[in-house]
Design a protein around this ligand. Structure first.
Ligand SMILES: Nc1nc2c(ncn2[C@@H]2O[C@H](COP(=O)(O)OP(=O)(O)OP(=O)(O)O)[C@@H](O)[C@H]2O)c(=O)[nH]1
Length: 719
């Protein structure tokens, strides 16, 4: 949340100090998470009694955790924490993604030291990638804990655990703050030196967090106090859920003058703290789940339960649907069915076309049969495709990503798509589209074809699918680094087993040097014009996720665009009617996107005035589009990487000194730059000034940057 908003909230309500953090416990099934969690909470007396009542060597029966078990506990030596125990079965990972983006959280990853070392490595690596995919720019605290210490020789176990820790720390050092302490423990025991050491570390991390933690507005503290009584008095007995009007009414009993806009912001804060779950659907009132554990265990537990799990689970028809009657059967004791169905749809976990049969993409098990996308003999057929690929070994698409893409396809495409666990097929007019996950789930391939050779319609569908993927990636896997490739049209046409691609770089280079590109492994050469169905990529799609995030307040932009005659009053109203800032931003971009080149220019200048960061993003899109046929100079690099440069040039002072000393900029120019009030504005002014200078001056700028801010220099020089 932006500082300014936070400040407003505090002023409005007064603040109280928060002394609580969240602890998430992850690990594959039966690694010992629930056992560990119990031992962690156990007080001295209970621990002594446990020691007396049964020897620690005695095996306990395994009770698998359904979904996520959430609760607030007092951990001796640590204090109050909100503890989240995430089920280890792969089926549940789809819904885990919903909660993994977490502030003020310590992530504990548990693994079993009895597993062979390759299994341990794969499991821990998978969880770390998952954590990273949901937590960009945060470097969350992570602790690795090896369980079943009592089953291995201590020396060997410690050596193994230390080795694994070293490997993971090296690989994830830029993304996660993995503690350098090795923990190898018998999770069933509380009074051990390892458990004491772990608690000390948790206490230290909690303390460090609380120092940085901002105060919580008083009204939030009051709402937390009231939650149990609201569950009893204000909700239906089976569903601790309130829709927005009921919630506002309840809060007005605490503060009759509460402003709804502020209340929304307070409620987002409560969601971040794990006190409630707050969902703002686009088409209806927000929903507030007052007891996260009800949703995480009672709902998600049966909903995603694997086969043979000892709880009721949703049976599916042979087509993979879940019927309304089946939902009724499984959930009748824990939820009101209508409300539950609304909730699941609003959380984008399922979709229905007729109100009777529901498709839960996260439950699909069948892979796409090969006969669903077959070779065609049509002489005019054209194929185009893009690929979004994980960039680094630490990247993965979070488990919720692909099912969410499928829900969006069902909601947004006019014709019903066909869905499988690893693919989706859609059709519109004379074009067919295919979205296919690679077998290792590290790439999404998007392919469109038209038997009639309709390049324009192919372009439209490809763009629509790309937008959905970019939006979902940003919403539920924002920490995943990706690269975009262009699929080879010829390999698509030949229906090869695998997808083959060119890097964007290769395509740009080929476009600049004659328009053909040889494929590095397939041995043929293709025309660039046969690979791209849109001559000029839509500028508004390129940096769309970032633009959506930046355009938080569309109101002033709408005013300007209306005044300039770009948007009508009706269009502005339709944009305003969207429920969340992101959806308003998306609607704005979509509408402006239909208005043509001149409107885009006006939009760019309006943004320059009211939302300079968004204007930077748009500008960098334009530059990267032009990149294909222009030689790359430093001016291009200054513009193309402008948003990143503006962000990393937070201290222009040393740069100004160097540039002045080398006569690149004058004292007056430096002074003008210094007068700008924010660090971003100073950075922008500096880039603008250097941009007006000749090539030599810009070379000096590049050299100076390398000296005083190597990170920014590297960014600028990267393509
Ligand atoms: N000997 C020994 N047994 C353990 C240890 N930790 C857990 N167990 C046993 O391993 C089994 C699985 O433990 P749980 O804590 O239920 O595992 P979990 O990770 O919560 O499993 P899910 O809920 O299915 O994801 C139980 O029988 C525990 O008693 C340990 O450190 N040593």
């Amino acid at each position: 949340m932006q500082e300014k908003t936070y400040h407003e909230l505090l002023q409005k309500s007064g603040g109280v100090k928060v002394n609580r953090c969240k602890v998430f416990v992850f690990g594959m099934a039966e690694t010992g998470k629930s056992t560990f969690k119990e031992s962690l909470q156990r007080g001295l007396v209970a621990a002594l009694l446990q020691g007396l009542s049964k020897p620690s060597s005695q095996e306990e029966p395994h009770h698998p955790t359904p979904g996520v078990d959430v609760g607030t506990f007092h951990i001796p030596g640590v204090g109050e924490v909100s503890l989240w125990d995430f089920a280890g079965q792969a089926e549940y990972a789809v819904t885990h993604s919903m909660f993994m983006d977490a502030e003020n959280t310590v992530f504990i990853v548990l693994y079993n030291i009895m597993d062979d070392s390759e299994t341990q490595k794969l499991q821990v690596h998978w969880w770390l990638c998952f954590i990273k995919s949901c937590n960009p720019n945060r470097q969350p605290d992570v602790i690795l804990v090896a369980s079943h210490a009592d089953k291995v020789s201590r020396d060997r176990g410690l050596r193994q655990a230390a080795h694994l820790l070293q490997l993971m720390t090296l690989e994830f050092k830029d993304h996660l703050r993995i503690s350098d302490e090795v923990f190898l423990m018998n999770c069933r025991e509380t009074r051990t030196p390892e458990m004491d050491r772990l608690k000390k570390l948790l206490a230290k991390m909690k303390m460090a967090m609380s120092e940085h933690q901002r105060q919580m507005p008083k009204l939030c503290a009051e709402i937390i106090k009231q939650l149990p009584s609201w569950c009893k008095k204000k909700c239906s007995p089976k569903c601790p859920v309130l829709r927005w009007p009921g919630y506002v009414e309840a809060v007005k009993e605490i503060d009759p003058l509460v402003d709804e806009e502020f209340l929304r912001k307070f409620t987002i804060l409560l969601d971040h703290q794990g006190e409630i779950i707050f969902n703002c659907p686009t088409s209806s009132d927000p929903i507030i789940v007052l007891k996260p554990n009800w949703f995480c265990t009672d709902v998600i537990g049966p909903m995603m339960a694997p086969v043979n799990f000892p709880i009721p689970r949703l049976a599916r028809t042979s087509e993979g649907y879940v019927t309304r009657a089946e939902i009724q059967r499984v959930f009748q004791d824990v939820a009101d069915i209508d409300l539950l169905i609304t909730l699941l749809q609003e959380f984008q976990l399922c979709h229905t076309y007729n109100g009777l049969e529901f498709i839960f993409p996260g439950l699909l098990t069948q892979t796409m049969p090969s006969d669903k996308w077959q070779l065609t003999q049509e002489p005019k057929v054209v194929y185009f495709g893009k690929q979004v690929q994980c960039a680094d070994s630490t990247d993965m698409f979070s488990s919720g990503f692909f099912p969410r893409v499928q829900t969006r396809l069902m909601r947004e495409l006019e014709n019903h798509p066909l869905l499988w666990r690893d693919g989706a097929k859609c059709a519109d007019m004379n074009v067919e589209g295919l979205i296919k996950l690679s077998p290792d789930s590290r790439a999404v391939n998007i392919c469109v074809r038209s038997a009639q050779g309709d390049k324009v319609q192919c372009g439209k569908m490809l763009q629509q699918l790309e937008i959905i993927i970019a939006d979902v990636l940003y919403d539920c896997s924002p920490g995943t680094g990706t690269v975009e490739n262009v699929l080879t049209a010829r390999a698509l046409k030949e229906h090869r087993e695998e997808f083959y691609s060119y890097g964007k770089e290769e395509i740009s280079k080929a476009a600049a040097e004659g328009g053909t590109t040889p494929h590095p492994t397939l041995g043929f050469t293709e025309q660039v014009s046969d690979l791209l169905c849109r001559e000029e990529e839509d500028l508004l799609t390129r940096n769309r996720p970032e633009l959506v995030q930046t355009l938080r307040h569309v109101e002033p932009i709408l005013d300007h665009l209306q005044t300039c005659g770009i948007l009508t009053i009706e269009e502005c109203d339709v944009i305003r009617a969207n429920g969340t800032p992101q959806d308003r931003a998306r609607a704005l971009l979509d509408t402006v996107g239909t208005k043509g080149e001149d409107a885009l220019q006006v939009f760019q200048s309006v943004l320059r005035e009211v939302e300079p960061r968004a204007a930077d993003l748009l500008m960098s899109s334009m530059m990267s589009t032009q990149r294909t046929d222009e030689p790359q100079g430093i001016e291009d690099q200054l513009t193309r990487h402008r948003p990143e440069l503006v962000r990393s040039l937070s201290h222009v002072e040393p740069l100004l000194d160097h540039l002045q000393a080398r006569d690149v900029i004058s004292t007056e120019e430096s002074d003008i730059i210094r007068t700008r009030s924010t660090s971003q504005e100073r950075a922008r002014a500096l880039l603008d000034t250097v941009g007006t200078k000749g090539g030599d001056a810009r070379d000096v700028f590049s050299a100076v940057l390398e000296e005083v801010n190597p990170e920014a220099a590297e960014m600028m020089l990267s393509t």
